[in-house]
Design a protein around this ligand. Sequence first.
Ligand SMILES: [Zn+2]
Length: 257
Amino acid sequence: MKFHDAHCHIPSNYFYNNIDQHMKEWLKLGLEYVIGVSSTHNESLKVLEISKKHEQIIPGIGIHPWKAKSPLKEETKKSFSDILENNSLIVIGEIGLDHHFIKKTELYPFQEDYLKFFLSLAEKYSVPVNIHTKGAEGECSDILSSYKIHNNKILIHWYSGPETVLRIFRDRGYYFSVNPSILGGSTHIKVVEENDISQLLTESDGNVKYNINNERIVGSPKLVPQIIEKIASLKSETTDTLSTVLHANLLRYLNLT
Ligand SMILES: [Zn+2]
């Protein structure tokens, strides 16, 4: 089965240190593309470097909201702008807001500043974005609506917030990436139920660990074929039809069609 992973932490040490081996295994299973998202500026540089070696890795550059702890330095901003100036097939992520895992409210203005900075770059360079939103879905929705992202290429990763915001995002035409948590029957299933398959993508969020049927499983692109089977059964589609649609969605999201 051909598949993609629209959100995997490729430049994290877990994958980065052994990437050639991992890629060999994933390609054998049918992986076509993996968006390698970054959590820091340093990881952004790393994923750019690996993507030059493996054409199936689409680099995702950005700073995760968990890492937004002080004002963004001018030189870091300049570096991100330079990267976008010089690369065309690229995604901005993982970026977003997190008021659930981050309890220190004094950090929220930093999260907001980082998100706005990256969205303004996405607007300027017509680049798709890969969004994290946890416990701040309404705030995220307000900020996203004030930017003109090219053709609405906004991907909401692992959505688990209120259904009201889920429907707002759906009605705006955003993409949702479905991840391995649905294999364990989590609330994330709502994302599949509420959306047409034309708005879905698949992801592992590797190397996050999942509890699936009382087993602790490491997230990686290897799990995506099981996600496709699960979505196919929820949507009463064949896996062949579904993977064809998912592939077309990814190409559209990446501005490749
Ligand atoms: Zn992630």
